[in-house]
Write a protein that binds this ligand. Structure first.
Ligand SMILES: Cc1ncc(COP(=O)(O)O)c(C=O)c1O
Length: 375
């Protein structure tokens, strides 16, 4: 059997990793400034994370959601406290798309409606309703087009109001900082307007924090920069530092009932411990403050490079926009400088999504390499 060939691959074979350093099969060292699509939040093979997972694996790795699993409650308590979201309830699943799928489903159950408002350049995943709310027709199959989704421009107050008062929508889904789209974000005024209109029209506001959550923006959730309170928050990626885990936080105004949502693997013992380990390191090492501090340092360094036209993002969810397409620069950073960075739908944007415990010195190494490649 061969692999179903859907990924254009770089010719690098990582075999081990520690912090932001990756070693390939030839013994060459690479620096990971991308975290495998914003997944590595506390660094590769963090010792606390590795020990927690090993110990759990030696004890019990999995049982289904038909028995008590106190680790889920421990996790909900810790997550509620660290994120200041105590008045939400946690449902666990396995990925970002699945989180959004469940969020949209809950919105539809709650309101009895099915249409959704999403925004231009959004990315919410590749499954049924999640991909339908993703602004990319090339990854929507005919079967996904059954979902009725209206795409609106960020920060267009009038168009948003006209749509939402129609009474047809169950949900608005929004990334507080767009990831794949290219680091655009709504203004605080727009976000607050969306929140208010959702409330007055009985529409569920879903904050997709799959990429921007778990401290990456400098706040636990990126919507917290705007002083709003969504009804449902989707989480994944940095949550498990590489262990596949996702979830939704559902405001306690929305009631649960048996059978409403479900999953075989979601919330298993290993997933809970991976997430607890991430939260413990985030808290102990004050990584949200580090994300803010080092994000500011990164922006200062970027200002010195004339080829950079725009610096986007917050904390360690960052993008550098050039006046040329960056595909070739990104390749040269990997092959010549041994550095992983990311691209976006915006072809001019280089994405920088390192582990939240990156150091100033590592950022200096990145900029020195970038300058070399821009000469
Ligand atoms: C904002 C956002 N939502 C959802 C997803 C989908 O997550 P997953 O690939 O875990 O299904 C992504 C993935 O890039 C994302 O960036």
């Amino acid at each position: 059997m061969k692999l179903f060939d859907v990924y254009p691959l770089y010719d690098v074979t990582p075999v081990s990793a520690k912090g932001i350093e990756i070693l390939d099969d030839k013994g060459e060292k690479y620096l990971d400034f991308y975290g495998g699509h914003a997944v590595i939040s506390i660094g590769h093979s963090h010792p606390h994370y590795v020990n927690r997972l090993k110990e759990q694996l030696d004890t019990i790795g999995f049982y289904s959601n038909s028995v008590q699993n106190p680790l889920q409650e421990q996790l909900a308590t810790k997550l509620g406290a660290l994120s200041h979201c105590e008045d939400y309830n946690l449902f666990m699943c396995n990925s970002g798309a699945e989180a959004n799928e469940n969020a949209l489903k809950m919105a539809s159950f709650h309101t009895g409606k099915s249409k959704v408002i999403a925004f231009s350049n959004s990315f919410h995943g590749r499954t049924s309703a999640a991909v339908a709310t993703t602004d990319n027709p090339s990854i929507n199959a005919p079967i996904n087009k059954q979902q009725e989704v209206t795409f609106l421009a960020l920060n267009d107050f009038d168009v948003f109001e006209k749509a939402i008062v129609s009474g047809e929508y169950c949900a608005v889904i929004l990334e507080a900082i767009q990831g794949v789209g290219g680091l655009d974000e709504p203004t605080t005024e727009f976000y607050q307007f969306v929140e208010e209109k959702c409330k007055s029209n009985n529409v569920i506001l879903i904050a997709d924090e799959v990429q921007s959550g778990f401290g990456r923006s400098g706040q636990f959730f990126a919507f917290q920069h705007h002083g709003i309170q969504p009804d449902i928050i989707s989480i994944a990626k940095g949550m498990g530092n590489g262990f596949p885990v996702g979830g939704i936080l559902i405001h306690e105004n929305i009631k649960a009932s048996y059978g409403l949502l479900g999953t075989t693997f979601g919330g298993n013992h290993l997933a809970c411990v991976a997430t607890l380990a991430v939260l413990e390191v985030l808290e102990k090492d004050d990584l949200m403050a580090n994300a803010t501090r080092l994000g500011d340092y990164f922006k200062q360094q970027a200002l010195e490079i004339p080829e950079i036209k725009k610096i986007k993002g917050r904390g360690l969810m960052l993008g550098l926009e050039f006046d040329f397409e960056i595909a070739d620069l990104r390749k040269r950073l990997i092959h010549n400088q041994h550095m992983f960075t990311g691209s976006a739908k915006n072809k001019y944007l280089l994405r920088f999504l390192p582990a939240l415990n990156i150091t100033k010195e590592q950022i200096d190494v990145f900029f020195a390499a970038l300058k070399t490649e821009l000469k």
